[in-house]
Design a protein around this ligand. Structure first.
Ligand SMILES: Nc1ncnc2c1ncn2[C@@H]1O[C@H](COP(=O)(O)OP(=O)(O)OP(=O)(O)O)[C@@H](O)[C@H]1O
Length: 452
C-alpha cells in the first residue's frame, strides 16, 4: 500500500485529509510539526510527502530541498501564495495545491506525483522535473495579478525585510529606479500588515502642483479657494486606519514638506478652510527614485522629514542587477497576458530568452511587462519569437560612452568588454548583442589582446 506522510499543524484538517486518503486505499501517517515529520521520515519509507509550507517550527522549503530527488513532495499553500509556491517548485517540489481544494483535485495531484517515478529516481537529484517549467507557468498564471515576485538571491533579503517590517507600524522609504516595483512593494507591505482590511491610498507627489498638494493631503471645504467647488476628502482621511503611499516623495516642495511633517507629528489634520481637527491614524510608506540623502545634504529636502519617512528603508534593485528573477517574472507576465489576451502561448524561444538576458532593461520590470504584453499580442504560434520584440531590444546594447577623449579603438574595446560583462562572458551571446559573428568577436578580442 502506498505510504503517505502528511505534515500539517491544523489537526482537524489533517485528520479529514487522512480519512479521505485512507478511504482511497493509502496508508497515511500524520505529523503535526516539522520536527515530528523529520523523525517519521527517518523511521519509515514513504512514497509521498504532502506538507503545509507554513508550520511554526520549521522551514518547509528546506524540507523540499532535502527530499528533492528522493521522495516527491506536494506542498499545500494558502490562497494566492504564489511566491512561496514558485519557490517550492523551483526547489524541487513536485506540485502545489492551494487550500481550499476539493478531494478530486488532491487525488489528481497525488496521482501525478506517484507516477513521476523517473524524475524522482536517485540519480536525478540535481535535475528539475521535466515538466517543471510548464508547472511554473501554471502556478504563475493562476496567481493574483498584484503578486510581488521575488525569487532571486538578489531579492531574497528584500523579501525577508518586507516580511519583518510589514506587520509593524514603521514608516518605510522604498528606494529604486523607475519601474522596479516600488508601488507593488508598498502594496505588498500593506497587504501583509494589520491594516490590510483598511484602505491603501497612493498619492503621486511628483504629479501634483505645489499649490494643490495641501488640498490633496488634507482635503478642503467648498469655497475655500478658487476651484474648490465642493467639499473634498484628502488622502490622509481616505487612508485613515490604513496606509498612505507617497510616491516620488522627493518632489515635494519645501512648503509641502513642512505641512506633511506637521501632520505626521501631530497625527491630526484640518481640511483647508475648516477649523475642525480630524485625528488620523495612517501608516506612511513612501518611495523615491532619487537620492534623498543627497537632497538632504543639499538642503532641498528636510532632514527631520527624511528621518520620519525613513524609519526603515528598502532598496529595490534594478532588473539588470537581479537577472535571477527574470525567468520567473517573464513567465509570470506570459501567464498574465495569455489570460488577458486569450492566448495559449507556452514559452519564449531560446533566442528570446538570450535577448532578454542580454538586454539592460532601463525601464526595469515595467518595460519587461510591456515588452511581453506586446509580444503575446503579436504571437500566433505556441512560442514567442524574436521578431515580436521591439527593435531596441535587438540593437546592440551598449552603455552610452562619452566619446570625449576616447579613440575609436578605445570605444570599440569598451563596447566589447561591456557586452561580455553583460553576458557573463558568454562569447556567443556577446556576439549576438554586438551584432557581429562569433568569429569577428574572437578576431577583435585577439586584435585588442583583451585579457578575458
Ligand atoms: N516584483 C514584481 N513582481 C511582479 N510584478 C512587478 C514586480 N515589480 C514590478 N512589477 C510590475 O511592474 C510594473 C511597475 O511597477 P511599479 O509601478 O510598482 O514600479 P515603480 O518602481 O513604483 O515605478 P515608478 O517609479 O515609475 O512609479 C507594475 O505593473 C508592477 O505590477
Amino acid at each position: 500500500m502506498t505510504k503517505i506522510l502528511i505534515i500539517e499543524d491544523d489537526t482537524s484538517f489533517a485528520q479529514m485529509l487522512q480519512k479521505f486518503l485512507v478511504r482511497n486505499s493509502f496508508d497515511v501517517v500524520i505529523s503535526h510539526t516539522g520536527l515530528e515529520g523529520e523523525k517519521q521520515l527517518k523511521e519509515h519509507d514513504f512514497q509521498l510527502v504532502i506538507t503545509d509550507l507554513r508550520l511554526p517550527d520549521y522551514d518547509g522549503i528546506k524540507l523540499v530541498c532535502e527530499l528533492k530527488g528522493k521522495i516527491p513532495v506536494i506542498v499545500m499553500t494558502g490562497y494566492a501564495e504564489v511566491t512561496t509556491a514558485v519557490k517550492a517548485m523551483k526547489m524541487g517540489a513536485y506540485d502545489y495545491i492551494s487550500k481550499p481544494f476539493t478531494p478530486d483535485q488532491m487525488l489528481s495531484v497525488i496521482d501525478g506525483a506517484l507516477n513521476s517515478k523517473p524524475v524522482y529516481s536517485k540519480e536525478s537529484t540535481q535535475e528539475k522535473p521535466e515538466n517543471s517549467k510548464d508547472k511554473l507557468v501554471d502556478v504563475l498564471s493562476k496567481s493574483n495579478s498584484n503578486e510581488l515576485i521575488l525569487t532571486s538571491d538578489a531579492t531574497q533579503k528584500l523579501e525577508e525585510y518586507i516580511a519583518l517590517v510589514a506587520p509593524t507600524d514603521m514608516s518605510v522609504l522604498i528606494i529604486g529606479e523607475s519601474g522596479t516595483g516600488k508601488e507593488v512593494t508598498a502594496k505588498s507591505i500593506h497587504q501583509k500588515s494589520t491594516r490590510s482590511k483598511k484602505s491603501f491610498v497612493a498619492l503621486d507627489c511628483g504629479a501634483i502642483p505645489k499649490e494643490l498638494a495641501a488640498s490633496e493631503f488634507f482635503g478642503h471645504i467648498k469655497g475655500s479657494f478658487t476651484g474648490a467647488v465642493a467639499d473634498k476628502m484628502g488622502s490622509f482621511e481616505a487612508a485613515n486606519g490604513g496606509t498612505l503611499f507617497l510616491d516620488e516623495v522627493g518632489n515635494l516642495s519645501y512648503e509641502n514638506q513642512i505641512q506633511l511633517l506637521r501632520a505626521l507629528q501631530e497625527r491630526k489634520i484640518k481640511r483647508i478652510g475648516s477649523n475642525t481637527e480630524i485625528l488620523v491614524d495612517v501608516r506612511i510608506l513612501s518611495a523615491t527614485n532619487e537620492d534623498l540623502k543627497a537632497a538632504v545634504e543639499k538642503g532641498t529636502f528636510r532632514e527631520d522629514l527624511y528621518h520620519r519617512l525613513n524609519e526603515f528603508s528598502l532598496q529595490i534593485p534594478a532588473l539588470k542587477n537581479r537577472y535571477g528573477d527574470l525567468p520567473v517574472l517573464a513567465t509570470y507576465f506570459l501567464g498574465k497576458f495569455n489570460e488577458k489576451l486569450n492566448k495559449e502561448i507556452i514559452d519564449f524561444s531560446d533566442e528570446v530568452w538570450d535577448i532578454f538576458e542580454a538586454y539592460h532593461w532601463p525601464g526595469n520590470i515595467r518595460e519587461l511587462q510591456n515588452v511581453i504584453q506586446r509580444a503575446v499580442l503579436l504571437t500566433t504560434t505556441d512560442k514567442v519569437q524574436a521578431n515580436t520584440l521591439p527593435s531596441e531590444l535587438m540593437s546592440p546594447v551598449l552603455e552610452t560612452v562619452a566619446l570625449g577623449n576616447l579613440s575609436k579603438a578605445d570605444f570599440e574595446k569598451e563596447q566589447i568588454v561591456n557586452a561580455l560583462k553583460r553576458t557573463n562572458y558568454n562569447k556567443s551571446k556577446a556576439a549576438k548583442l554586438l551584432q557581429v559573428t562569433r568569429k569577428t568577436l574572437y578576431n577583435r578580442i585577439n586584435y585588442y589582446d583583451l585579457d578575458l
